[in-house]
Design a protein around this ligand. Structure first.
Ligand SMILES: Nc1ncnc2c1ncn2[C@@H]1O[C@H](COP(=O)(O)OP(=O)(O)OP(=O)(O)O)[C@@H](O)[C@H]1O
Ligand SMILES: [Mg+2]
Length: 147
């Protein structure tokens, strides 16, 4: 994704291996979710800005924060953006976040939400996945979640 992004977009991600955290996930589906969030972040930034990823543990969850310095989401729309069909883009389907929510919440028994956003400043999405060793989910396998 970094290679395909505009040159003025800075990617601030943990060094691979530096913050490895175990979480139960279906790797291809999880990658699809992250790619959709990154695509949205790029769309919100108009070619310039910073995308930052942070991984941390919180209670029974491994968490990933993805932040951008884009146009932001109005505070009344933090939940609306996850509804199927909601889009503000000319060529948007409004499906990315609704599918992401299903993949994270129904399939992975995790959570995804807008953690914070300020119009004109940027947005942080959080994904929380049950930590490895708990919550037996069908077909889920243990993989390393690295930056
Ligand atoms: N990082 C972000 N910053 C600002 N607005 C966002 C961000 N992510 C999502 N949004 C808003 O939420 C809407 C819904 O996002 P979603 O990914 O579901 O659909 P989409 O990107 O419009 O279309 P697509 O189906 O191609 O993903 C977007 O149109 C945009 O208005
Ligand atoms: Mg999208």
């Amino acid at each position: 994704m970094e290679r395909r992004a505009p040159k003025k977009v800075v990617f601030d991600f943990p060094e691979p291996g530096s913050e490895a955290a175990a979480a139960r996930m279906n790797a291809p589906l999880f990658a699809w979710v992250v790619e959709n969030l990154l695509r949205n972040a790029l769309d919100a930034m108009g070619g310039e800005g910073t995308i930052r990823a942070r991984i941390y543990e919180e209670g029974d969850y491994t968490c990933l924060d993805l932040s951008d310095t884009g146009k932001g989401i109005p505070s009344g729309k933090f939940n609306t953006v996850f509804k199927p069909g909601f889009t503000t883009k000319k060529r948007g389907w409004g499906l990315g976040l609704s599918l992401a929510k299903r993949i994270i919440e129904e399939y992975h028994h995790g959570k995804i939400f807008v953690k914070s956003s300020e119009e004109g400043k940027g947005t942080t999405f959080t994904i929380k996945l049950p930590r490895a060793g708990r919550e037996e989910g069908a077909e889920l396998r243990e993989v390393k979640l690295e930056g």
